[in-house]
Design a protein around this ligand. Structure first.
Ligand code: HAM
Length: 428
């Protein structure tokens, strides 16, 4: 029988890769906590309308990338279609409204790390299941919050040791100013050059003209390069908001480039939008994307409530770390390895290792009935610091032979004193 393969676009995360994951997750949690963001989780699936309404029907995500299904066709009472979450922001907004977070001290600052699902064409750095470190600050329009959200990313990537990243920033203005720019400036411009666009972009022009500016199609590049930029048509409030945000970034020495063509592919954005890119990790170079979404809550039936946040792909950050030759600290291995001679000493070793683990000291042993030499080799390969050797003589004397696998020295330690002896050496 042919062996099963994992589904296209998904990955197994092997123990060796886990070192990268756990390290990044630890940094992310640490930085989020330093900025006062609280851990938060939303369901892995939501009712489909949440995403079509929140993310927008004209977006790639909603148009062609959602994993949607009706769980029980046969159940009259619940035929609502659900969708595996393709992003976090809509779920956070739903949860903010549903849990009455509007009455909490504002802004409500939340973060999560978890899997998302998009039915995309798989390629380097683009998966059908990916993982985001996602932060949202809901309930405050002050650009200080935009600044803080961006600063979290700076600190996160800096702590991970990544260099040479480009922080791209733009403002796409209020929804009204954006609509006016699209209607009065962008659409007439794109119509005049429609003959240069391919079918994909012509469809975008009909459904969501701003998305043409985000197009990766070769034919669109000259059209995009010469297009009038949204930043020149900002409303006064957005322009001031943008200037203040830039001042905070400048004050704290955070380097960024303004990319007036950055519009982002999701409908809910207003004012601030940003992305961080890393060269060399494939066509998909965005390590993160985010921005402000002041109109989202209203789209979901809530009161006007500003919000800003980002999502950052863990898989892409790991690709960038590997590319830059940055290795994470290894995962901790049990520092103690038990070696035994026969069934009697094996029984005693099982009891001894159980005691050590209960006392908080990691311990492992080999299985079966292998030679001492093979067990010692397994101990060295396991990364343990000490081998504990138990034979008939040791049992008789109430001792354990302890071999330091670093210095190759060996000495007897009284069994009763072993936990204290190990603790002292493992913590120093
Ligand atoms: P997004 O740009 O769609 O934004 O995704 C954010 C990040 O997730 C990307 O920059 C990338 O690092 C990673 N990512 C997205 N799709 C994939 C994929 N198929 N494979 C691997 N990595 C991927 C959002 O999701 C917004 N909800 C971000 C946000 C939060 N805006 C405001 N708050």
């Amino acid at each position: 029988m042919e062996l099963f393969q994992r589904p296209t676009g998904t990955q197994d995360v092997l123990p060796d890769d886990q070192a990268y994951w756990q390290w990044l997750v630890k940094i992310a949690r640490g930085v989020a906590a330093r900025y006062g963001y609280q851990p938060f989780d939303v369901p892995v699936y939501e009712y489909t309308e949440l995403f079509s309404r929140g993310v927008g029907t004209g977006t790639d995500i909603v148009e062609k990338e959602m994993f949607s299904f009706v769980p029980r066709q046969d159940d009259e009472r619940d035929r609502r279609q659900i969708t595996l979450r393709p992003e976090f922001t809509a779920g956070f907004a739903r949860a903010y409204l549903q849990n009455g977070m509007g009455s909490w001290p504002q802004p409500v600052k939340l973060f999560t790390i978890g899997p998302l699902f998009r039915y995309e064409r798989p390629q380097a750095g683009r998966f059908r299941q990916h993982t985001q470190f996602n932060c949202e600050a809901i309930g405050e329009s002050d650009p200080t919050v935009d600044f803080e959200v961006m600063a979290i990313l700076w600190d996160y990537f800096t702590e991970a040791g990544l260099t040479g990243l480009t922080f791209q920033l733009n403002s796409i203005g209020s929804p009204e100013a954006r609509r006016r720019y699209v209607r009065e400036i962008l659409v007439p411009y794109l119509r005049a050059r429609e003959h240069e666009l391919n079918e994909v972009d012509r469809r975008r022009l009909e459904q969501n003209p701003l998305r043409v500016l985000d197009s990766k199609e070769e034919s669109a590049q000259a059209v995009i390069a010469e297009a009038p930029v949204i930043t020149d048509y900002l409303d006064a409030e957005s322009a001031e908001h943008f200037a203040t945000l830039r001042r905070y970034l400048d004050l704290t020495g955070r380097a960024y480039v303004i990319n007036p063509r950055l519009v982002r592919g999701l409908d809910y954005y207003s004012k601030t939008v940003f992305e961080i890119h890393a060269e060399g990790i494939g066509a998909q170079s965005a390590l993160c994307g985010g921005g402000r979404y002041d109109g989202l809550m209203e789209l979901l039936g809530g009161p006007p409530t500003p919000g800003v946040g980002f999502g950052s792909g863990i898989e892409r950050a790991i690709a960038a770390l590997r590319l830059q030759g940055i290795t994470p600290p290894g995962l901790p291995q049990p520092p103690v390895f038990g070696v035994y001679f026969d069934q009697v000493s094996k029984d005693a070793m099982i009891v001894l290792l159980s005691e050590l683990r209960r006392a908080g000291i990691g311990a492992s042993m080999d299985y079966g009935s292998k030679s001492i030499k093979k067990q010692m080799r397994a101990g060295s390969q396991s990364g343990a610091r000490f081998a504990l050797i138990l034979g008939g003589n040791e049992l008789e004397r109430g001792e354990v032979q302890v071999k330091d696998l670093h210095s190759e020295t060996q000495s007897p330690v009284a069994r009763d004193a072993l936990i204290g002896w190990l603790r002292q050496r493992l913590t120093s």
